[in-house]
Design a protein around this ligand. Structure first.
Ligand SMILES: NC(=O)c1ccc[n+]([C@@H]2O[C@H](COP(=O)([O-])OP(=O)(O)OC[C@H]3O[C@@H](n4cnc5c(N)ncnc54)[C@H](O)[C@@H]3O)[C@@H](O)[C@H]2O)c1
Ligand SMILES: [Zn+2]
Length: 358
C-alpha cells in the first residue's frame, strides 16, 4: 500500500492506495474515532458490485451503516437528489458525530461530499473512489458540489474528507471506456508537473492498460501526490491550482457543445490537451517533439486526439468557450506548456490562434 499525505493544516488527511482496501473500510474508519452511525452513499452500478463489502466491513467494526443508492450518472448531481439524501440522513437520525462514506466515481464523491459539507453544517466523510478519474482527481482536493440547469458544478463547497481509500481492486469492474477516459487525467499530471512520470507512462502504458496492480499503485499514488501538492499550495483556486485545468478550456467547450454523452470528460480533455500543446508550440516554444509525444501517448492509450468540426458545431464550440469562466477581454485564458513537466497559467490567447489548432 502507498500512503499520500494531503497537508492542509488541521484539515490534513491521508490517501491510501492499494489492493484489498475496501474490506478494511470499517477498521480504517474505527481508527478515525467517528460516531457509530454512518451512511454509505453509492450509485446503482457501484452498489451492485461493492455496497455489500462496504456494509459488511463497517458492521464488522461495530458501526451501524445505512445504504443510500442514487441512480448512476451525472443526473444524480443535483439539488433534488441532495435533498433526498438529507431526508434519509434525518430519518436514520444521523447526528453530528456520524459520518458519510462516498462509494463511487466522481459523481457520488461530489454529491456525497456536498451532502456531508452541509448536513448539520458539516459531518465527517470518507471517500472510497471507484473510477480511475475519481482516484487520481475528484477525490483529492476537497471540491464538492452539484450542477444547476444553468451549468455544471455551480453550487458547492470546499470540504475535505477525513480519509481517502483508493482500492485498486474496485477498478477491475470499471468499463474500459471509463478507465481509458481516466488515463487522460493521468497523462495530464505528467505534462503539467512531472516529466519523469510522463516518461514512465510512455514505458509502462501496456501494463497500465492491463490494469496491472503494482503499476497502477505507483501511478495513482504519484498523481495524488501531485494534486495534493498543488492543492496544498492553493486550496481555493486563487492561482496555481489552475494548472490542473491543462487541456480543459477546449475540453469543456467540446463537452458542452457536442451534446450530452457524446464525449466522456477524459476523451474531451484528451482532444483539449493536444490542442493546448499545439498552442503551446506556437506561443511558448514547446518543442515539436514534445507535442508529438503528448499526441502519441494519448493515442496509444486509446483516446481521441482531434475532432472534426463543420462550421455550425465550430461556432457552437467557440460560443461555449466564451461562456467559460476563463475569458477576459475577448481573449481566452489557457494553461500552456513550456516543456513536458512545466506549464504556465493565465496565458491569454486570441480566438484566431485557437481556430488554427482545432
Ligand atoms: N471534485 C473534483 O475536484 C472533480 C474533479 C474532476 C471531476 N469531477 C466530477 O466527477 C464526475 C465524473 O466522475 P467519473 O468519471 O468518476 O463519473 P461517474 O461517477 O459517473 O462514474 C462513471 C460510470 O462508471 C460507473 N462506475 C463507477 N465505478 C465503477 C466500478 N468500479 N465498476 C463499475 N462501474 C463503475 C458509474 O456508475 C458511472 O456509470 C463529474 O461530475 C465531474 O464534474 C469532480
Ligand atoms: Zn478533468
Amino acid at each position: 500500500m502507498r500512503i499520500v499525505q494531503v497537508p492542509l493544516g488541521n484539515r490534513s488527511y491521508v490517501i491510501k492506495v492499494g489492493g484489498g482496501l475496501l474490506p478494511r473500510l470499517g477498521a480504517e474508519c474505527a481508527q478515525l474515532k467517528l460516531g457509530q452511525r454512518c451512511t454509505v452513499i453509492t450509485d446503482s452500478n457501484v452498489g451492485r458490485h461493492f455496497a455489500g463489502a462496504a456494509l459488511k466491513s463497517l458492521a464488522a467494526s461495530g458501526f451501524e451503516p445505512v445504504l443510500i443508492t442514487v441512480p448512476a450518472g451525472e443526473k444524480s448531481k443535483r439539488i433534488a437528489v441532495v435533498e433526498k439524501c438529507y431526508d434519509q440522513l434525518a430519518a436514520h437520525r444521523l447526528e453530528r458525530k456520524s459520518f458519510i462514506v462516498a462509494l463511487g466515481g466522481g459523481v457520488v464523491g461530489d454529491l456525497a461530499g456536498f451532502v456531508a459539507a452541509t448536513y448539520l453544517r458539516g459531518i465527517p466523510f470518507v471517500q472510497v473512489p471507484t473510477t480511475l478519474l475519481a482516484q487520481v482527481d475528484s477525490s483529492v482536493g476537497g471540491k464538492t458540489g452539484v450542477n444547476l440547469k444553468a451549468g455544471k458544478n455551480l453550487v458547492g463547497a470546499f470540504y475535505q474528507p477525513q480519509l481517502v481509500l483508493c482500492d485498486l481492486d474496485t477498478l477491475k469492474t470499471l468499463p474500459k471506456r471509463e478507465y481509458v477516459s481516466g488515463l487522460a487525467e493521468v497523462i495530464k499530471y505528467g505534462i503539467i508537473f512531472d516529466a519523469v512520470l510522463f516518461t514512465q507512462l510512455e514505458r509502462s502504458l501496456p501494463k497500465l492498460l492491463q490494469r496491472n496492480a503494482p503499476t497502477l499503485r505507483a501511478v495513482i499514488a504519484r498523481c495524488c501526490e501531485i494534486k495534493a501538492d498543488v492543492v496544498g499550495q492553493d486550496e481555493t483556486e486563487s492561482g496555481l491550482r489552475a494548472i490542473l485545468n491543462f487541456g480543459h478550456t477546449i475540453g469543456h467547450a467540446i463537452e458542452n457543445s457536442s451534446g450530452y454523452g457524446k464525449f466522456l470528460h477524459g476523451e474531451a480533455i484528451a482532444i483539449g490537451q493536444v490542442a493546448a500543446a499545439k498552442l503551446s508550440q506556437k506561443l511558448l516554444g514547446l518543442p515539436t517533439g514534445d507535442v508529438a509525444r503528448i499526441e502519441k501517448l494519448l493515442l496509444q492509450a486509446g483516446l481521441p486526439v482531434k475532432v472534426k468540426l463543420n462550421p455550425a458545431p465550430r461556432k457552437k464550440l467557440f460560443a461555449a468557450m466564451k461562456l467559460d469562466k476563463k475569458v477576459s477581454g475577448g481573449e481566452v485564458k489557457f494553461v500552456l506548456a513550456e516543456k513536458i513537466g512545466r506549464v504556465k497559467f493565465d496565458c491569454r490567447v486570441a480566438p484566431e490562434t485557437i481556430h488554427e489548432v482545432i
